[in-house]
Design a protein around this ligand. Sequence first.
Ligand SMILES: N[C@@H](CCC(=O)N[C@@H](CS)C(=O)NCC(=O)O)C(=O)O
Length: 249
Amino acid sequence: MAQRLQVIGNYLSPYVRKVLVCLELKGLDYAIDPITPFYGDEAFARLSPLRRVPVLLDGELVLNDSSVICQYLEDKYPQPALYPADIAQRAQARWLEEYADTRLADLLIWRLFYQLAIRRHIFREGTDEAVVRKAREVQIPAALDYLEGVLPAAGYLFGAPSIADISLASYFRTASFVRYAVDAARWPRTAAFVERVLALEPFRKLARYEDAMLRLPPPAQRDALAAIGAPLTAWTHGTATPRRGVPRG
Ligand SMILES: N[C@@H](CCC(=O)N[C@@H](CS)C(=O)NCC(=O)O)C(=O)O
């Protein structure tokens, strides 16, 4: 019998959520070690050289990076397809996944969520208000102007839900944890699209776990998740104290 897939990564992470939604849509069985990457031990550092989540373990195989993992899942478990069949559409879907993982991540995660949640609650540092203000007033609006011209008025980008819809919506879900919501009066398509995608069953299922741990310090999250039946691994690479990640710049 095939070994159960294992994911290392926190439910609050947009990159982890991408992978979990793909697993859920494909109906795959998995267990999760829901650590915050800043609380990963030395074994985690060996599995994830950049000390980032998600990591997928499939038997002896270790995979890093959400896009690599989602593509692997698609190659190994092609049905239901999460990448469009048409080659041009598949390329467009990958572009939007990349746009989400880079630009939306930079704006919604590093300039909002990191500043307002991680710096405050993990590293006990102040928020750089200028970074947050510029993101909210200038940079995120520019990204939303772009998305408003790309997203469909109804349904999903390429017919059935695809990696593009999953990736884009996932960043807005994490941004909502620091009370960011798309202004529906200014960007109606984007606001409705995000709402529609987040209403898909896998996002709703995961939201229950996210909500249960959102306000808890990382070392307390695992027990809270166990109490509501999250599919946890028997082991964890979590530690009790945070340390900084591998520098990005
Ligand atoms: N390109 C990677 C990025 C993963 C990533 O940055 N994950 C964040 C969690 S949201 C992380 O692990 N951050 C820890 C750090 O930057 O040190 C992917 O797609 O998986």
